[in-house]
Design a protein. Structure first.
Length: 116
């Protein structure tokens, strides 16, 4: 963390932009829990580790129904957590980040829960 801070300061001094992580904010912890749950984590692990070629393959690796997996992945895409790369007729889910940090605590005014 300290090194990252020093790098950010150096970039600012050099007149370069400092990247800010993508953030998704939920109205409350209940909504956060509805999106990020054990099923979601399993899907993200499958995408990251197995690199499935399609939604159907993602469902097969996760041992789940294709329709339900499609719905959950569509929600994650809308939130910017994953993206889909087209491969012919298939949509390949991709987790384009190094890490996912979830904080159920508000970091500003109001009752919110953030995912970074």
């Amino acid at each position: 963390m300290y090194e990252a801070g020093l790098e950010a300061i150096q970039r600012l001094e050099d007149g370069k932009a400092v990247g800010k992580p993508a953030t998704v904010t939920f109205a409350n912890e209940k909504q956060l829990g509805e999106v990020f749950n054990e099923r979601t984590y399993t899907l993200l692990r499958v995408i990251r580790e197995d690199q499935p070629a399609s939604i159907r393959e993602t469902a097969r690796f996760a041992g789940r129904d294709v329709k339900n997996v499609h719905e959950e992945l569509t929600t994650l895409e809308a939130l910017g957590v994953i993206r889909f790369d087209r491969d012919g007729q298939s949509k390949r889910p991709v987790f384009p980040y190094d890490d996912l940090f979830i904080s159920p605590f508000a970091h500003g005014s109001g009752d919110t829960a953030a995912t970074v």
